[in-house]
Each structure stands twice: as C-alpha cells, then as structure tokens.
Design a protein around this ligand. Structure first.
Ligand code: HEM
Length: 491
C-alpha cells in the first residue's frame, strides 16, 4: 500500500512538473498567451462543450483585446501559434510560404491510402500534386462541367417540386447535401449518385459516414492536437475501412470501364486519367482514388453548408431574397435559361454568397506547420515544428474589419465597398499557394443550387427554426445544429 501511495505521488509530481514546464513555453519566449489549464491547455472547453468553432473565435478575441499581434496557446501541452494581425497572416500564407507549406497532417499512406491527397501532402509531393491538379479547375474545365451540374440541378428541381406538392417543409441541410453529393459524385467519380430518388444511395451513405464525426473521430481529433504520435501508435484512422473500400472500388470500376470501353466523359476523373496518360505516369488506382476522394470530401460539404447558410439567412431577410430573385429571373429571361455566363454575370448573387461565407466560413479555422525556424520580428523566433492555427471566423466576425459583424449584409461586397476590405481579413478560401483549389467549382455549384431554388420558390423559416443559428459543436466544419426546416411558396 505504502509503495503504491509513493509511486502515485511520484507520478503525480512528475506530471505536474512536466505540465508546469510545458506551460511556460510561450512565457519564456515573451509571447502573449492565455492562461492554460490541466490537462487540455487552452482547448478544454473546445473538446467538451463550446466546440472548436467558438473556442478559437473566443481565443482570437481575447488576444486581440489584449492588443497582441499574435499569441501562443496550448493544445494539451503542444504549443499552438495564433496570428491575429493580418500582416503576419499574409507573411505566413504568402510572403514566407516556404516556411509554412505544410498543414502538419499526419497519416500513414499505406494504411490510409485515401489520406494521401492534395490537402494532406507537404513539400515536393504537394507541389507536384498541385501543379498536376491545377488545370482540372481552369475556367474552361468549369464551363465544360457546368452541364453536369445543371443535370444534377434538374433532380433537385424535381425533388423540390415533390416536397412542395406534398406541402412538406424543406430539410435544407439534407437537400443541399444530396445535391452536392450528386454533383461531386458525378464530376469527381463519374457516377450517377441518385441521392434524391434513393435516400439510401451508396454515395450519400458513405459520404455521410466519411464526414459524420463519430466517437472515434472525436478521439482522433483530440489526440491529433495533443500527440500525433499517439494517433499513429494507436492506429486510429480518420476514415473507416468500409468507406475506403467503397471509394477505391468505385474508382477501380469506373477507370476499368472507361479504359476497356474507350469511354470518355466531362469530369474531374477523366482529366486525372488523361493527365496520367499524357505524362506516362503510373499512378495506382489508390492514388487516383485519393485525389477524387479529396475533391469529394472538400467539395460536397463545404458547398452544401454555404447554400444552407445562405438560404437560412435569405429566409430571415425577405428584402434581400426578393432582390436576389429578381436578378435570377432577369438573367434566366435574358439568356433563355440558367447559363454559365448568366451565373457569372449576377452581381447581387455574388454579393450574397460572399457575405454568406464571410458570416459563415465553412473552414472556420485552418492550419499550417512551421517547417523551419522563422523570424517573426526582431524579438521572436517561431520554432520549426510549431503548429499554426488561423481563426477565419475570428477575423470575419471582427468588429474592426466588418462593423456590426453578426448582421447579414451583402452590401459589404458591393462594387463600391468590397475594395475597402483590408487584405487578409477575408479568407473564406484561404490565401496563397495553398488556397482552395476548388474555389471556382465550389462557387459555381453553390450559385446553381441557389438559383434553382430561389428562381422557383419563396422561402420562409419554419416555426422550429431559431435565429441566430446554433453551431454544431461536434462537426468538423462550420455547420448549423440539427435539422433546419424552411417552408416554400411557389412563385
Ligand atoms: C464554397 C465551397 C468551398 C469552400 C468555402 C472551401 C474552402 C477551402 C479552404 C478554406 C481551404 C484551405 C485553404 C488554406 O489552407 O489556405 C480549402 C482547401 C482545399 N479545397 Fe476547398 N472549399 C470549397 C470548395 C471546394 C471544392 C468544390 C473542391 C474540389 C472539388 C475543393 C478542394 C479543396 C482542396 C483540394 C484543398 C486543398 C488545397 C491544397 O492544399 O493545395 N474545395 N478549401
């Protein structure tokens, strides 16, 4: 018994000393910090309660109120650097990119083949992959894929029609997720997903599974912050095995079909296949699947949540909705239908989408890793291996850059006003060489979805819907909590 008590005492003392010492990291560097606590550092309430979204936003606010240009935080005992000043953010994302080309993703390529993708790569591998993928998103290719997006839009239209006929409110989150699943499934995998006709459709099922934060996902998220080593050691994978098998299986079938039958199609996968052929490259099916998978994962939920938030705000702002609808109907009348050019000509639509991703940036916080010691200023060095978090939601809801930040006001992005926005304070797609590669495609499908819905219906909040929205603490991206229902009136 005595031995046990002594062992326990020594253990607790060692842990205490370890934590005390670790929590002095930023103080020793003379960098402003927020008082951490045992055992999760500054992120205790992020893991249990507040969620990451609000936690990072409040840490951003706290540091800003202290007048800090940047601050040091702790995830467990791991130091995290949070830049506040837009000039420092610019240096990290653009000017001194060579020090910050990694997101610090840790994965085992052999055991997690779908994670070996553009989002997670770093250094030379990332650069090669980015160069190879860039032509996939040129405006010419976007125009080519516009018709595929419209085809999926027809199914959205039919579904909206059937809901309206049955006087059913629209479960807007699910409907928009089905639409973007169909679009990206079709464009990235060349597969008709049929998410509307068949709610149990495979793509929707596995897409949902890949992104629904399971208990395992939460544990991995906590451990990734605290100790990536433990994640590897305990072999906790981000994506479940059946999801991996499904996506690799689909790519194998589609690639084999196209190559043996000499079939081609206007989609991302075809561009990947053609590039492989042109460059005499020998990528495996797993490598092709990983790129298609990242387009799917990065592309379907981001755009569907942007549409959901836009419709949620428009349902609460009938004046903005009416003005936008007028523009949509005029464009359709002028061009005879919804066209690629029409979508890009609509100025107010652009303002509404820009304001939506200002108020609700789907990737609310994004990461970089410092890969070489970096001189922040004359007094401070950021050490190699330091993790960097940039709070986009913090910037986008900062009173100094966006007065009355909780107000949904598309006028912030009018021709006259948008030039007044301070650079590096508005970052819905990131910035610099590692910004969102699918930006054009994301905007295109978002705008098509909004035009189809608003061109046909007036929307109103269902009585169950509250304003302002409550965020889902557990979601990996910014999302509203629970079901969001809207009622419709046919025009
Ligand atoms: C409105 C929809 C979208 C939003 C708001 C969005 C936002 C973002 C953001 C904030 C980043 C991180 C940027 C950074 O770290 O600097 C990112 C990266 C990325 N996005 Fe998007 N995205 C959207 C749609 C898409 C689509 C449709 C695709 C593909 C089809 C896509 C593919 C990617 C990829 C591959 C990366 C990683 C790029 C790299 O590391 O080189 N995104 N996105």
């Amino acid at each position: 018994m005595e031995v046990l008590v002594i062992t326990l005492f020594i253990l607790i003392t060692l842990i205490y000393v370890y934590y005390k010492n670790s929590f002095q990291y930023w103080d020793k560097k003379g960098i402003t910090t927020v008082e951490p606590s045992f055992p999760f550092g500054n992120l205790g309430s992020a893991f249990f309660g507040k969620g990451f979204v609000l936690k990072f936003t409040s840490l951003y606010k706290e540091l800003k109120e202290e007048g800090a240009k940047y601050g040091g935080l702790y995830a467990g005992t791991t130091p995290i650097f949070l830049p506040i000043d837009p000039e420092i953010i610019k240096n990290i994302l653009c000017k001194d990119f060579q020090y910050f080309h990694s997101r610090g993703s840790s994965f085992d390529e052999k055991k997690e083949p779908l994670q070996a993708n553009l989002f997670n790569f770093e250094g030379k591998k990332w650069k090669e992959c980015r160069i190879k993928s860039t032509p996939t998103f040129s405006s010419g290719k976007m125009k080519m894929m516009f018709h595929t997006v419209l085809d999926c839009g027809k199914q959205l239209e039919e579904f909206l029609h059937s809901c309206h006929k049955q006087q059913k409110p629209l479960d807007i989150k699910e409907i928009m997720a089905c639409f973007t699943t169909d679009v990206i499934g079709s464009c990235a995998f060349g597969v008709e997903c049929d998410s509307f006709k068949n709610p149990k459709a495979q793509f929707r099922k596995y897409g949902r599974k890949a992104l629904t934060p399971s208990f395992k996902f939460q544990i991995r998220r906590i451990l990734t912050m605290i100790s990536p080593f433990l994640v590897k050691f305990l072999r906790i994978h981000f994506v479940e095995k059946d999801v991996v098998d499904f996506f690799i299986g689909v790519i194998r079938d589609v690639v084999n079909y196209r190559l043996t039958k000499n079939v081609t199609r206007n989609d991302f996968l075809q561009i990947l296949i053609d590039t492989e052929k042109e460059e005499n490259s020998t990528s495996t099916i797993e490598q092709l699947a990983a790129q298609a998978f990242v387009f799917f994962i990065a592309g379907f939920e981001t755009s569907s949540t942007v549409m959901t938030f836009a419709l949620y705000e428009l349902a609460h702002h009938q004046d903005i909705q009416d003005r936008l609808r007028k523009e949509i109907i005029e464009s359709i009348q002028k061009n005879g239908s919804l066209t690629y050019e029409g979508i890009h000509e609509m100025k107010y639509l652009d303002q509404v989408v820009n304001e939506t991703i200002r108020k609700y940036p789907t990737l609310h916080t994004f990461k970089r890793l410092c890969v070489e010691d970096y001189k922040l200023d004359n007094n401070h060095i950021l050490e190699k291996g330091t993790k960097i978090f940039i709070s986009i939601l913090g910037l986008h809801r900062d009173e100094e850059y966006f007065p009355n930040p909780d107000l949904f006001n598309p006028e912030r992005f009018s021709e006259e006003n948008k030039s007044k926005i301070l650079p590096y304070t508005y970052l819905p797609f990131g910035e610099g060489p590692r910004n969102c590669i699918g930006l054009r495609f994301g905007l295109m499908q978002t705008k098509v979805g909004l035009c189809i819905l608003l061109g046909n219906y007036k929307i109103f909040p269902h009585h169950s819907v509250k304003y302002p929205i409550e965020f889902d603490n557990k979601a990996a991206t910014l999302a509203g909590k629970g079901t969001i229902l809207l009622t419709t009136e046919k025009i």
